[in-house]
Design a protein around this ligand. Sequence first.
Ligand SMILES: Cc1ncc(COP(=O)(O)O)c(C=O)c1O
Length: 345
Amino acid sequence: MSTVIDLRSDTVTRPCEAMRDAMATAEVGDDVYGEDPTVNLLQDTVAKLLGQEAALFTPSGSMADQIAVNVLTRPGDAVMTAPDAHIAFHEAGATPMLNGVQFSFMPSGRFGGDDVRAAYHDNDHHYPPTTLVEVENTYNMGGGQVWSIEQLREVTDTAKDLGIKSMLDGARLWNAAVATGHTEAELCSGFDVVTVCLSKGLGAPVGSIVAGSRELMHRAHRVRKMLGGGMRQAGILAAAGLYALKHGRERLHLDHENARQLGQAIQHISGLSVATKKVDTNIVIVEVDAQFATAAQIQERCEVKGLLFWPTGPQRFRLVTHLDVTGAECDQAVEILKDVCSACL
Ligand SMILES: Cc1ncc(COP(=O)(O)O)c(C=O)c1O
């Protein structure tokens, strides 16, 4: 069977032998009692990397995000974020359902201090109190775009001026650090709570982290338990996370280079164009000319030829590079897209 080129997400990677060895030999204990040394080491390691006092291991990024919203809001509050932010769009409605909050949508995925001020309501009794602003870095549906450090500071400073909380969904913060040259801690500075994923570009099979002050993480622990996220000998999963942190970050630039080259080649395929001016990290959002085909039609025809990706709208699809896809396979993906598109002409 010819190989499938899977560009659906950076979550599709499979653990390598060395990662599996690390998992098999991990020292473990009961993490619900706080006694798993490998989980404790992972939490301490990530807290340090993010410049936070404490961190908590969770089974998924969605759970980490929901815990963050929970400890930073009260039911009835409004959360400012982008309309297509993961917490609003891709967590199965969990944010309002589990936390009793509603959204106040910002005009775009990367917004400024003025946007935060414009969406903020304080004591007017007609409105829900806006108590949290959420930033996604990298911005997934925006094509993996990174926020500049100045944009991040503007939002966190404005939140502080207004007396509200701020949270960073850093599922792909590692990619943002590589793309901007800033440390993860610099990119997290000023946020009250931060979430990161080990199971995306870094290649762990499971696992995310929520991090913040000791006091907030104490509360986060209870919320994790409430959501059913208390795990027992989770050190076998944390070992994969530690391996991913040690070996995954140093190669992310290769995924970025592959995505950049994909983006460049796609600009020369008639009927397709790249939605962003620049490919910042490992995600390329492609627009399909409506005169020509729909994204679903292109997807179906590519799938038959062994290239997988997801439409993100009627005329858009997303390609994600990762550690299980090579530069040569990205070149092959371009050839498949060219074939499919020329057959649509
Ligand atoms: C920006 C962002 N945040 C959070 C998540 C949630 O991660 P998980 O799939 O582990 O729940 C994702 C997953 O793709 C994501 O892209």
